[in-house]
Write a protein that binds this ligand. Sequence first.
Ligand SMILES: [Zn+2]
Length: 230
Amino acid sequence: MKTLTLSAALLATAAAAKPPTCNDCNSVGDIAYQIVQKQTARNFFDINNKKGRAIIDVSDTAKDLEERVQARMNEWANSPAGQPPLDALIQTGKAAAAAGRTAVAGMTTDGDTCEINQGTIRNYICKEFADALYAHELSHKRTCEDAKAFGLKPKDVASVLFTAADEVRAYDLEIALLKQHLEKVAKNCPEWSLLRNVPPTDKQKKALDDAAAARKDSVKRATKALGGSR
Ligand SMILES: [Zn+2]
């Protein structure tokens, strides 16, 4: 009974915090970073990619491979290439603070039952990122069900190459959805039109100036939040 009460209280805390949104021009950097992150992980799982070829060892177990990729992702996240844009950094900080109070459980697919457990991550990331993540798990679920239909047991299909190919398929689906979302959001953002080599209109130029001013503000706020001065 005690446990039940505690779980309900934790759930209430998690539900009270509103997940962030990622559907305006300020989110373009965040969405792009999300794609780069997923693309990086995807390439580590791809035997046809030089990053993947460098770490995939067929004598490993599937679990070894997952651990290797996790280690490489941590390395990447700490390297200059893996640094998120400033706004995302602020968001990540907020998510981490929220996570300190309630453990964030990621989405997983059970290899025996093929069922997806969505965990609690939807409370901490925007809907579109969570939906893309869910699509990734759906891909694993389909593989799991196909394997079952052929009478294969999870351990039969958990070879390194099979796991790697299954991850590539899942990431490709997730990345495609994130790219679709980026296109949709960035279509009307002046900064994005510059990236696409489309000259900005006067209205967009003004929006660019405003965005630059807002960015200065956000640098100031972030510096202050980190205890510095500027
Ligand atoms: Zn996966």
